[in-house]
Ligand binder design. Sequence first.
Ligand code: BMA
Length: 307
Amino acid sequence: MANETVFKRYKHNPIITAAAVPTANSIHNSAVVEFGDGYAGIFRIDHQDMRFRLHMGKSKDGFKWSIDPKPIVFKSDDPDVCLRDLTYDPRLLKLEDKYYVTWCNSGAQGPSIGLGYTTDFKEFIQMEDPLPTANRNSVLFPRKINGKYAMYHRPSDRGHTPFGDIFYASSPDLVHWGCHRWVFGAAKSGWQSTKLGPGPNPIETKEGWLLIYHGVWTSCNGYLYYAGGALMDLDKPWKVIARTKDYLLAPSEIYERVGDVPNVVFPSSAVVKGDYLRLYYGCADTCISVAEASIKDIIQFIKTHSF
Ligand code: BMA
């Protein structure tokens, strides 16, 4: 039985499997946003050549999706600003008048962060990679902080990265990034003792920025991925108010335990309506599921299960 605390899994999980696209090996670690009278999503599809590509999808209710079988084509005026060999783990958010996508844009020199935007989910524009290689996770904040755009990110190496802390960066124009701050790192022991990475884009609450993140534990069989949560200072988001020592979600269902990479829950996107939060998460690098919670309950859990 599921080890549920504040999150309740949707009873028809997983909501998306490889069956959604004929050339897919797996569909997981993806991003969703409210758009028009429904939802739009950018999906990580590992194809049958085992190359990872980004695809667009639409849904009326956020649960049943139709995904474009053709990968997204990003436009850019500069041929050096382009998609690399592997494009994966997208995040998506509305910022001012555009929908911004960040993803892992991984080429010969290793993983980097890709950045682009759309206004209509038909045309996608690619911008300069905001950070140098190697980095594998980046989430933008939904508004400027102290007059600047902001992001959390997670530097990495070229491999499967047996380390990783979260950092903060800011920018006047979404192109030039600096003022780097360390945010928090792996714990001494337990489910988040190998590495961490930001999950969904930070969510603004009266009590601080709510950051749901993934934490990784190394067992004798390899990495296990969990979801945790942190409450961060609204004006100085590199400062932690509280952070979970117990996980919020752990691999426990068969679809989280069994797959291409077993024992993975990878939180990657959240839809928020008032106090309701629907978390989209990748399961065992194979499919996508959702879990629902009250934001009040998540915050209460973070405060009462903090280090
Ligand atoms: C992410 C990605 C995946 C990996 C996963 C676990 O960081 O790099 O390729 O397997 O973690 O879902």
